[in-house]
Design a protein around this ligand. Structure first.
Ligand code: ATP
Ligand code: FE2
Length: 338
């Protein structure tokens, strides 16, 4: 069985095809990069509308997309930017009708989690989902992924993106902060904001911008914000591990591509005997393969939608959606780990 997935929640237009062993058979993406500032939703949607014919054509010509072999068409239903979501949903509805295949709406956050989990081969990990718009510590319980803690304002990725633009960079800022931070030498004290299991990044952003204006170098500032923000993530993750007694951690979302974050989580987990897994960077950031894989899990549980009943849901949360394939808390997909 193979399923095609369409991703368009924000900046990335992507198509992926995966089979029922979670092998990525095809993946093609094109990222909207604003000339200056953050994402303009309508411009991003226009970018996606122009990108899909080209991406589909490329995969088809390379022989990676064989319509007769596709058994379902999945798309990101939410959360995300309305115009971007609607563009991807339209592409998916057209393919579903043209190929006469089931249409599979997928929650974008759960897709980040499921692709990371299947690659990890871990049964029941605690998950750190750290991306542009979201920062959540998540665990499965009673039919859904439950949010144990999350950001109270902006996502850690958006925080890095905004800071990088102030420091003279362009979107996406996370990889730039990572690069600049590698040459940082001095650690500046910045606001550390953890409230129980929740976090906050907007005060950290204000303080970092003030430090930049006061003359702190880009390199030292990048290093300092990484240490501060990722320590906050580690604290919440460690508390979640302690409360639930879990033995495994999986990282997902675009910020999980960051090497310092990966190594800090490993240092936190090692003394507890806890195993850590993070996917390869191209499967941490938004991609069609994660949508395809979650669509495949949905198809196994007959979660297809009629075209007339497949609205986009810009505010849909991780904990709004049932995940029947996690029944019993185990990795119950036959063949998924072959
Ligand atoms: P969400 O999943 O919340 O909807 P998103 O879809 O916008 O967010 P992703 O593609 O999952 O985001 O992640 C993009 C974010 O990851 C951006 O904020 C980007 O700066 C950040 N990011 C990507 N690579 C790195 C890196 N190496 N270090 C830090 N941040 C990174
Ligand atoms: Fe994402």
């Amino acid at each position: 069985m193979s399923v095609l997935g369409i991703e368009t929640t924000a900046h990335t237009a992507s198509i992926g095809v995966v089979d029922d062993s979670a092998r990525v058979l095809a993946l093609a993406s094109d990222v909207y990069r604003p000339a200056a500032g953050g994402i303009h939703p309508r411009e991003a949607a226009n970018h996606h509308a122009e990108a899909f014919p080209m991406l589909l054509d490329r995969l088809y010509t390379e022989g990676k997309l064989v319509p007769e072999e596709i058994e379902g068409v999945a798309f990101s239903q939410g959360p995300g930017l309305g115009p971007c979501l609607r563009t991807g949903a339209t592409v998916a509805r057209v393919l579903s009708l043209a190929w006469n295949r089931p249409l599979l709406p997928v929650n974008h956050c759960i897709a980040h989690i499921e692709i990371a989990r299947v690659l990890s081969r871990m049964d029941d990990p605690i998950l750190l989902y750290a991306s542009g718009g979201n920062t959540q510590v998540v665990a499965y319980s009673h039919g859904r992924y439950r949010v144990l803690g999350e950001t109270l304002d902006i996502g850690v990725g958006n925080f890095l993106d905004k800071l990088a633009i102030t420091l003279g960079g362009t979107f996406p800022g996370g990889p730039l902060i990572e690069k600049w931070g590698e040459s940082g030498k001095e650690l500046f004290e910045l606001p550390y904001s953890v409230h129980g299991m929740d976090l906050s990044f907007s005060g950290l952003l204000t303080a970092a911008i003030a430090a930049h204006r006061a003359g702190v170098s880009r390199e030292d500032l990048s290093y300092s914000v990484e240490v501060t923000a990722f320590s906050m993530l580690c604290e919440v993750l460690e508390r979640g591990l302690a409360h639930l007694g879990k033995r495994e951690v999986v990282l997902g979302g675009g910020v999980a591509a960051n090497k310092m974050l990966r190594s800090m989580v490993e240092k936190m987990a090692a003394p507890r005997g806890v195993k850590v897994f993070a996917p390869p960077p191209q499967l941490c950031v938004d991609n069609g393969a994660m949508i395809a894989w979650t669509g495949l899990l949905s198809l196994r549980h007959n979660l297809q939608a009629e075209v007339e009943e497949s609205p986009v849901l810009p505010r849909q949360r991780t904990d709004h959606v049932d995940v029947p394939w996690r029944h019993g808390g185990k990795t119950s997909e036959p063949g998924a780990l072959d």
